[in-house]
Design a protein around this ligand. Structure first.
Ligand code: FAD
Length: 275
C-alpha cells in the first residue's frame, strides 16, 4: 500500500515522500536457512550474492517529507492541526469521552483517537486498561555525500545504512530502555560510527551532520493496539507500532477506519484489539 499512498500524496500536495524500492543487502552473520525460509514462505524475492542476501523489494521513504505531505493533505481537506498543545486529561463519564483538557483549553469532538506513540499509556492513565506501551530509545547518525555512496540499503547485525537519493546517508540504530529520555550519548555515536565505517570505509572522511534520538512506542510481542476502547464508545487507539509505525501506517489506518465505521476487516484483526 505504501507506494500507492506516497504517489497519491505527491500528486495531491507536490511534496514527494521519495518512496524508493532501493532494495536491501543483508550481510552476515545471519541464519541463512531461516532467512531463505521466511522469504519463500512470504513469496518475497531474494538473491544470494556471495555470503550476502539481496532483497530487491525492500523500499525506503523520507519520513520528514512524508509527514510534510500528510500535513499538507490534511490541511487541504479542511483539517486543522493544533501544535504545541499537550492533552493533559481525557475527561469521560462511564461510557463516553466528554472532552479533552489541554494546555490550550478544552477540546470537544464526536470521536477521539489516541495516537500519542510512546506516551499513549501515560496519556490514558487508568483508561489504558491492559494496553502496555513503553518508550524504547533509538539513536541515529546522518552523513552527507555528493552522490549516494551505496546503491541500496545495507543491513548488518542490526545496523543499517540507508542511502538517500540526494547523497544523505542515514545510520542507525540502537534499542535503549531508558524511559522518556530523548538525549543522545557520545558512547552510542562512537559505536554507530565504528560499526558503520567497518561496512563503508569511505564514511571515515565524512563529518556527522546530525545525531539525534527518538522514542519508539514498544508493545508486548510487537503487536500494536488498534480499535475501540472496551468501555468508552467514542474513544479509539492506533498506537504501539514499535519499530514499524511508518511502514505499517497505511494498513493500520485502514484497520482503524474499518473498526470505526463497522466495515468487515479483510483479515482477522483480533490480535490488535484493545483489552
Ligand atoms: C531511531 C528510530 C528509527 C526508526 N526506524 C523506523 C523504520 O525504519 N521504519 C518504521 O516503520 N518505523 C521506524 N521507527 C518507528 C516509528 O518512528 C514509530 O513506530 C512511529 O513514529 C510511531 O508513530 P506514532 O504516530 O504512533 O507515534 P509518534 O511518531 O511517537 O508520535 C506521537 C506524537 O504524540 C505526541 N504526544 C504525546 N503525548 C501527547 C499529549 N499528551 N498531548 C499531545 N500530544 C502528545 C508526541 O509529541 C508525538 O508527536 C523508528 C523509530 C526510531 C526512534
Amino acid at each position: 500500500m505504501f507506494g500507492g499512498m506516497a504517489e497519491s500524496l505527491r500528486q495531491k500536495t507536490g511534496i514527494d515522500p521519495e518512496y524508493l524500492r532501493s532494495g536491501m543487502l543483508v550481510k552476515p552473520p545471519f541464519d541463512v536457512q531461516a532467512a531463505n525460509q521466511w522469504c519463500a514462505q512470504h513469496d518475497f524475492p531474494v538473491e544470494a550474492r556471495g555470503d550476502d542476501l539481496f532483497l530487491p523489494n525492500v523500499a525506503q521513504a523520507r519520513n520528514p517529507r512524508l509527514l510534510q505531505a500528510l500535513r499538507a493533505s490534511v490541511e487541504s481537506l479542511g483539517g486543522r492541526i493544533v501544535e504545541h498543545c499537550a492533552v493533559n486529561q481525557i475527561i469521560s463519564d462511564a461510557n463516553h469521552v466528554k472532552h479533552l483538557s489541554t494546555s490550550q483549553g478544552d477540546f470537544k469532538a464526536d470521536t477521539y483517537i489516541v495516537t500519542a506513540g510512546a506516551w499513549s499509556k501515560q496519556l490514558l492513565g487508568e483508561q489504558a486498561l491492559h494496553t502496555d506501551i513503553k518508550p524504547i530509545r533509538g539513536q541515529m547518525l546522518l552523513f552527507k555525500f555528493d552522490t549516494p555512496p551505496l546503491p541500496h540499503i545495507v543491513l548488518q547485525a542490526g545496523l543499517y545504512l540507508i542511502p538517500r537519493k540526494d547523497g544523505h546517508l542515514l545510520v542507525g540504530s540502537t534499542l535503549e530502555d531508558v524511559g522518556f529520555d530523548k538525549s543522545t550519548t557520545e558512547e552510542v555515536r562512537d559505536s554507530l560510527w565504528q560499526r558503520a565505517t567497518n561496512v563503508l570505509p569511505s564514511l571515515k572522511d565524512m563529518p556527522i551532520i546530525q545525531h539525534w534520538a527518538g522514542l519508539r512506542p514498544a508493545s508486548p510481542g510487537n503487536i500494536p493496539t488498534i480499535g475501540r476502547h472496551p468501555n468508552l464508545q467514542n474513544l479509539f487507539i492506533n498506537s504501539g507500532h514499535f519499530r514499524y509505525g511508518v511502514t505499517m501506517s497505511p494498513a493500520s489506518v485502514e484497520v482503524l477506519l474499518n473498526e470505526m465505521d463497522g466495515t468487515p476487516q479483510p483479515f482477522d484483526v483480533s490480535a490488535y484489539h484493545w483489552r
